[in-house]
Design a protein around this ligand. Structure first.
Ligand SMILES: C[S@@+](CC[C@H](N)C(=O)[O-])C[C@H]1O[C@@H](n2cnc3c(N)ncnc32)[C@H](O)[C@@H]1O
Length: 227
């Protein structure tokens, strides 16, 4: 059954554990982790970030996953230095994508678990942009609180961009998002599609105001805040 992964149309298993594709379709993949959802949504995300990160120079990505967003979007925003990060287990895969794409403005991943290594005030002072895709419904809510709460340490002029599915007034934006939410909860009870209002409230408490809420393909949103 084709279901939804990472909040996008695609196979569900790609959400939790990206497949290692061994030269199945594309010779260039080698043994890199691969997310079809990322391949589908990277260009629409780039289109928005080209506008919304036009004034940013140093972006920290939380939960880079396979690294496919970073190596696609980073070089297309040459005015930005794009810092990847994720939990320790995803670092080798991100490095493989960086090695193969030979990108110059995408930095090798930092190990960042927002429940443990966060907020790193010194690190955050260096960035004026934060990007994170498909993480808020995967992390426990406590981690989302800690992640966005830590952004209080950022300087004014900073921007936060979050991509993924969200609920509004407690309602899903589509039936497929509702099914995806149930699937997430069946996998791990701490997972689930978050309420936009709760996430916006965390952002506001950290000094960020919503700039724009973009409706994206496959019933996702790209939310952009500025401090
Ligand atoms: C569904 S994947 C999304 C990956 C990628 N951003 C994408 O859109 O394909 C969720 C990501 O969140 C990361 N993650 C989960 N808990 C985290 C935490 N506490 N701190 C940092 N990253 C975390 C996972 O390791 C994983 O890379």
């Amino acid at each position: 059954m084709v279901s939804r992964g990472c909040g996008d149309d695609g196979v569900v298993e790609s959400c939790k554990e990206p497949k290692r594709v061994v030269n199945a379709v594309n010779k260039n993949l080698g043994d890199k982790p691969f997310s079809q959802a990322c391949a589908n949504n990277r260009e629409p995300i780039y289109d928005v970030l080209a506008k919304e990160f036009a004034g940013q120079t140093s972006v920290l990505e939380i939960g880079s996953g396979t690294g496919q967003h970073a190596v696609h979007i980073g070089p297309r925003l040459p005015h930005v230095q794009w810092q990847t990060s994720d939990l320790a287990e995803n670092i080798p895969g991100i490095n493989r994508w960086i090695n193969d794409e030979r990108v110059v403005n995408v930095l090798r991943p930092l190990t960042i678990n927002v429940l443990k290594d966060w907020p790193d005030t010194e690190l955050l002072q260096y960035f004026n942009g934060i990007f994170s895709a498909n993480t808020s419904h995967i992390m426990p809510w406590e981690a989302v609180e800690h992640f966005i709460g830590g952004l209080e340490k950022m300087n004014s002029g900073s921007r936060l961009a979050l991509y993924g599915p969200f609920k509004y007034d407690g309602r899903f934006t589509s039936d497929s998002n509702e099914r995806f939410d149930q699937w997430l909860k069946n996998q791990y009870p701490h997972q689930g599609i978050r309420d936009f209002e709760s996430v916006d409230s965390l952002a506001r408490n950290s000094g960020f105001n919503l700039v724009k809420d973009y409706a994206m393909p496959a019933n996702n949103q790209l939310l952009v805040w500025e401090k």
